[in-house]
Design a protein around this ligand. Structure first.
Ligand code: GDP
Length: 427
């Protein structure tokens, strides 16, 4: 037995010393296994593909069960993500499996934004995990991790090439999730066409710079099988939950008028390869890659966006505390600047309003003066008119008096003549 003892004062130097007998830490891996088994595992699969490409059927076939769910229609106005979680048990191992499916994918006339809900969904799961991680009282060991570990991308068995919708979507997803492309319903394509189709898809993915998940070859125990399987990508799969009697055995198969295609027959399709790679051999690597590569990238970008950094401009380590203080000072500075700006704006506004009011006051005064003058002129005109009217009235009165006088004199003279005429008549 050997053990390495750290030398705190001489950095990077460890001595290897032999142990005289059994200590017991060789059971550490077993302890880990026991702990993990008792905690259970979780695995989240995202199935991206057009409606009717066999996503639900393949999931049922992969996990040998019938998951709930109604077939989706082709009339969805947009793409929606439907998530279902199931508790599965195999031997003494518990698995919390989440299957997320894209409902309505490829069903709209304008498919430009079809990738967006998928990207948003993946980011939302990362964000939820990051928020849990940043909590003061975090409970990550009991937290239901909903981050997507594997994205099965269902390619239609056209035998031609990838659709632009597929390329755009995969390109948008490749830095966020482990993409495993699969040719769906591969019983619809002939053997020679399939070989060409696989080559075409691979070259299109390479020329468009789409990074798909590569089964890891750094672990000796799985390097060979993973290396071989990488060359078989994208897997051509067939799904069926129907069991047919073939020979003496009941097998999952699809029956056609001309014959039967067996799901688990490697000469018929790559279903077994997919199941082996996805579930039996690389499930842990997919989980690990999700955490160490994709989530790490999301976390880094998000924290940088929030202004956190590991080093200062001189490349010296910069702690979270220092970042927080710097951010706080920056924030306070900005707040003060905003306050000062608002104050200046307020003073300016008051000045403007004051000037406006003064102008209005001046105008009012001028108007008052104008009206006053107008009123005086009017008054003078009326007084003049009154005076001339008074003069007229006086003149009229004088004329009237004179006329009355004349009339009375006239009537006296007229009266004496009448008397004279009456006396003569009597005579
Ligand atoms: P989803 O909308 O992508 O979930 O597709 P479904 O799983 O509901 O499958 C749609 C139809 O395709 C069903 O009638 C399935 O029986 C059929 N189907 C599923 N897998 C295959 C397959 O591998 N080959 C063929 N030919 N048909 C399949």
């Amino acid at each position: 037995f050997y053990v390495s003892i750290g030398q705190p004062r001489i950095q990077g130097c460890c001595r290897t010393v032999p142990l005289a007998g059994h200590v017991g830490f060789d059971s550490l891996p077993d302890q880990l296994v026991n702990k993990s088994v008792s905690q259970g595992f979780c695995f989240n699969i995202l199935c991206v593909g057009e409606t009717g490409l066999g996503k639900s059927t393949l999931m049922d076939t992969l996990f040998n069960t019938k998951f709930e769910g109604e077939p989706a229609t082709h009339t969805q106005p947009g793409v929606q993500l439907q998530s279902n979680t199931y508790d599965l048990q195999e031997s003494n191992v518990g698995l919390k499996l989440t299957i997320v499916s894209t409902v309505g994918f490829g069903d709209q006339i304008n498919k430009e934004d079809s990738y967006k809900p998928i990207v948003e969904f993946i980011d939302a799961q990362f964000e939820a995990y990051l928020q849990e991680e940043l909590k003061i009282r975090r409970v990550l060991h009991t937290y239901h991790d909903s981050r997507i570990h594997a994205c099965l991308y269902f390619i239609a068995p056209t035998g031609h090439s990838l659709k632009s919708l597929d390329l755009v979507t995969m390109k948008k997803l490749d830095s966020k999730v482990n993409i495993i492309p699969i040719i769906a319903k591969s019983d619809a394509i002939s053997k020679s066409e399939l070989t060409k189709f696989k080559i075409k898809i691979t070259s299109e993915l390479v020329s468009n710079g789409v990074q798909i998940y590569q089964f890891p070859t750094d672990d000796e125990s799985v390097a060979e099988i993973n290396g071989t399987m990488n060359a078989h990508l994208p897997f051509a799969v067939i799904g069926s939950t129907e069991e047919l009697k073939i020979g003496n055995k009941m097998m999952k198969a699809r029956q056609y008028p001309w014959g039967t295609v067996q799901v688990e027959n490697e000469a018929h399709c790559d279903f077994v390869k997919l199941r082996e790679m996805l579930i039996r051999v690389n499930m842990e690597d997919l989980r690990e890659q999700t955490h160490t590569r994709h989530y790490e990238l999301y976390r880094r970008c998000k924290l940088e966006e929030m202004g956190f950094k590991d080093t200062d401009p001189d490349s010296k380590p910069f702690s979270l505390q220092e970042t927080y203080e710097a951010k706080r000072n920056e924030f306070l500075g900005e707040l003060q600047k905003k306050e000062e700006e608002m104050r200046q704006m307020f003073v300016q506004r008051v000045k403007e309003k004051e000037a406006e009011l003064k102008e209005a006051e001046k105008e009012l005064h001028e108007k008052f003066d104008r009206l006053k003058k107008l009123h005086q002129d009017e008054k003078k005109k009326l007084e003049d008119k009154k005076k001339s009217l008074d003069d007229e009235v006086n003149a009229f009165k004088q004329r009237k008096t004179a006329a009355e006088l004349l009339q009375s004199q006239g009537s006296q003279a007229g009266g004496s003549q009448t008397l004279k005429r009456d006396k003569e008549k009597k005579k």
